[in-house]
Write a new protein. Structure first.
Lengths: 310, 355
């Protein structure tokens, strides 16, 4: 049988790539924010799972996907607050605290989500068509006839890139992550900045989970995050803590997700399912080889700030 | 206002007090969580205890589940001492189980038991160590963060085991179930009486606890490992080869998790089965085992028994109170968070001062 690349297939592949990439981008933007401030949060998988179930449950109860998204954001932010409290105030080991947060989030989501298993989502986002642009061939349907959360994510990426690069607040955040002592001497409230960065990061991780259960699937399945939270931690490094590179990375990994559908006939399914995980390792390997391509992590990453102690 | 004063280095007694206090706080939080789930917390905690420690059957199951937890927990204690965040015990356990299955399917009943079983353990140890070394190579050669490397390998391993049991290794005698054929009788581990306690693995775990303690506290390697964990710059300045230490400790850590995997396939299932049945999260729970034990390999034994009890109790309340399996993950998360918070009070003393 002869195969040709039809515009429909192209549109379809692009649409799916962007859908799979959106939650990855949201989570990566959030983790970039937390890590720029000097706190590594390995609880993304847990915050996403909690966001997914909170979003789904709320959307079902209220009939509003927007209320669901708000609940997803709140769930992610709430869990992140626990991590912020441990890592900033209690100066705990951030690696282990993040793993505990993942256990907590996955546990909470499994307990809360039990009644929702197998229920399809009734309240969905309606897609928004951007006038004129949505009529473009191929790109129109893939880019400009989408759910509102997609546009919101693109705006967040642009906003965060601008925030980090061109605002005083972005500079403050980076200073806190690079040299908290200097920031403290300059009168910057280090703890407050770190709390805000971690909670904002958690909000985006929760939103990423909400995207999975409200838009991408849309339904609640236990374990639906399927390691995406960990891929996001990898993407954060791959992106060199830069939002615009996170966009590229998410597109790449969204594409890898979609190849699973394209090669279904030829390759055993378990190998296809391993692809995103193997690709994460490969991405981090190539990142380190090309030293100019990957920035160094924030100098004070995962180091609690202890004023007045040496 | 409330302020926190740094304390001098904590004594062993303070450490024990704090750990017990944190565990109690964790149980308290879990009780609260049960309350929110609409479950009577006293009844839930009582049936966890009754199911895990207070009946002969429960106690046997607790020890059975403690075996992989102790083995993997010792390995993680070693790795964490060197500040190597091996989160891959789950995958390394599966790699050990897979390697042991390969050996068992190859040997069949051609060798006597006293040769087959050591070969199985050797294969499993090598399998687990090889997977951890892969992560170590990614870290030392390619500077890939070991948290990500070990975690990704967990997922890849779970998929690979499924590929094997649904594909090339699917046993013709298992009437369609995705299991390998059962191991020959000579490759099955003996158990204690009517329990499922596969004692050869238990003995290995106890020996490993002593061996790891000696390695950590009485050898040059242990000194280098602690130096690397305490102050990597100073260790490098003193001429220590951190790459070599990293690879060796990861191999040990993965090897111990691999041995745990051998126990699960050769002692419990007697064939390779679904990855989530071979290890019901032992590799992740072992992180808590290591932390409760304050990274002391000897203390990993009581700590593994404690976590084993929680896992058995969790199964009990799933059945008796209709709670989802995830309740245990929630419980574990709360315990670990409490432990993390507790450590703060070892190094800082709260004091109330009038403003």
């Amino acid at each position: 049988m002869e195969k040709s690349v039809s515009p429909d297939l192209l549109t379809d592949t692009l649409t799916r790539t962007l859908a799979a990439g959106t939650p990855l981008l949201l989570g990566t933007l959030g983790e970039i924010c937390a890590e720029r401030g000097g706190v590594i949060n390995l609880g993304v998988e847990g915050m996403m799972a909690a966001g997914a179930v909170a979003g789904f449950g709320t959307a079902m109860a209220t009939g509003s996907p927007w209320a669901g998204l708000a609940a997803a954001i709140a769930a992610g932010a709430g869990l992140a607050l626990v991590h912020a409290c441990l890592s900033v105030t209690l100066k705990a080991n951030q690696i282990v605290s993040g793993i505990a947060l993942t256990m907590l989030g996955l546990g909470l989501s499994g307990v809360w989500g039990k009644p929702f298993v197998g229920t399809p989502l009734s309240a969905r986002f309606t897609s928004v068509e951007i006038p004129l642009l949505s009529d473009l061939p191929v790109l129109g349907p893939a880019l400009f006839q989408r759910d509102p959360v997609f546009y919101l994510t693109v705006a967040l990426a642009a906003g965060l890139a601008f925030f980090l690069r061109s605002t005083r607040w972005g500079l403050i955040l980076s200073t806190v992550g690079e040299n908290p002592l200097a920031a403290d001497s300059a009168g910057i409230p280090v703890s407050l900045v770190r709390y805000s960065a971690v909670v904002f990061g958690g909000a985006l991780a929760g939103m990423a989970g909400g995207y999975l259960s409200l838009v991408y699937v849309p339904s609640w399945i236990e374990g639906m995050t399927a390691g995406r939270g960990w891929i996001i931690i990898g993407l954060t490094i791959f992106a060199g803590w830069e939002p615009w590179k996170a966009v590229l990375g998410s597109l790449l990994f969204g594409g890898i997700d979609v190849t699973q559908y394209l090669f279904q006939a030829a390759v055993p399914p378990n190998f296809l399912k391993s692809l995103p995980y193997a690709a994460t390792l490969l991405a981090l390997m190539t990142g380190s080889k090309n030293a100019s391509g990957t920035a160094a992590p924030p100098a004070a990453l995962a180091v609690p700030y202890r004023p007045g102690e040496r | 206002m409330l302020e926190f004063i740094p304390r001098p280095a904590p004594s062993a007694a303070a450490r024990v007090r704090t750990t017990l206090g944190a565990l109690l706080a964790g149980l308290g939080l879990a009780a609260l969580a049960f309350l929110f789930m609409g479950v009577d917390p006293v009844k839930a905690l009582a049936s966890i205890l009754a199911g895990s420690f207070l009946s002969p059957y429960g106690l046997g199951e607790t020890v059975t589940k403690a075996i992989p937890l102790i083995l993997a927990g010792i390995g993680l204690s070693l790795a964490f001492t060197g500040r190597l965040w091996n989160i891959g015990a789950e995958g390394q356990l599966l790699a050990g189980a897979t390697a042991a299955t390969a050996a068992a399917l190859l040997i069949k009943d051609s060798l006597p038991s006293f040769l087959t079983i050591p070969l199985l353990f050797a294969a499993g140890g090598v399998g687990g160590a090889a997977l951890a070394l892969l992560a170590g190579w990614l870290k030392t050669r390619w500077r890939v963060n070991e948290v990500i490397a070990t975690l990704m390998l967990n997922y890849i391993c779970a998929e690979f085991v499924q590929y094997l049991i649904y594909g090339p290794w699917k046993g013709p005698t298992q009437s369609g179930f995705p299991y390998t054929d059962n191991f020959a009788a000579s490759a099955v581990l003996p158990v204690l009486g009517a329990t499922r306690i596969h004692w050869p693995t238990l003995l290995l775990a106890l020996a490993a606890a002593v061996g790891a303690w000696v390695l950590l506290n009485r050898t040059r390697f242990g000194f280098e490992l602690r130096a690397m964990g305490g102050n990597p710059d100073a260790a490098a300045y003193a001429g220590m080869d951190s790459s070599r230490t990293t690879l060796v400790v990861l191999a040990l850590s993965g090897g111990l998790a691999g041995l745990a995997g051998v126990g699960e396939v050769a002692g419990i299932h007697q064939h390779l089965t679904y990855p989530w049945a071979v290890s019901s999260g032992y590799g992740y729970a072992a992180i808590i085992v290591a932390w409760v034990a304050a990274l002391n390999p000897l203390l990993a034994v009581p700590s593994g028994l404690f976590l084993g009890g929680i896992m058995v109790g969790g199964d009990a309340i799933q059945i008796s109170m209709g709670l989802p399996a995830a309740a245990i993950s929630l419980f574990n998360g709360l315990l670990l968070l409490s432990l993390m918070a507790g450590e703060f009070f070892l190094t800082y003393r709260p004091r109330w001062r009038r403003a």
